[in-house]
Design a protein around this ligand. Sequence first.
Ligand SMILES: [Ca+2]
Ligand SMILES: [Ca+2]
Length: 166
Amino acid sequence: MYQFYNCLLFALFVTVVFDAVTAQIQDRQCPYGYFQLDSQCFKAEMSDHRTWYQAKRLCEDDDGILASPTDVFKLKEELKTRYGDATFWVGGTDEDEEGDWLWATGDRIDSKYWMAMQPNNCCGGENCALLGTAWTPPLNDNHCLNKRKFICQVRALPPTRYVSLV
Ligand SMILES: [Ca+2]
Ligand SMILES: [Ca+2]
């Protein structure tokens, strides 16, 4: 009888640990430090101010891209909730052809995301997209060599279902 209870307790213990570990891994669809929006993962660099080019390279070093969200409004709201009013480099650029704005994914930037009177290619040329959480709509073109906060993006991974306890 004593052994039976020991077995039962052990089985219960294994079940609880297994569930806990599985739940943790299933929730973790984005790499550490990234938050999830739909099937995309984003990370805000709040203290590391960089030029657009440096930011792009740092995101690529992390196997990602400068943020090129499918829904800019949704990303803006999430960033505002998390960090308040701030501006960030995102992955849009018209460097290849003036006025032809593309995300890092190659998709065209929808004109509904630009602030009024933007993009204006001001002041000797602005070829990089800046997202402002206080702006509606949230995008403005800016000079690429300005040093700013930035947002990296990677793809969310499907949840891992198999967990080995040994
Ligand atoms: Ca431009
Ligand atoms: Ca501008």
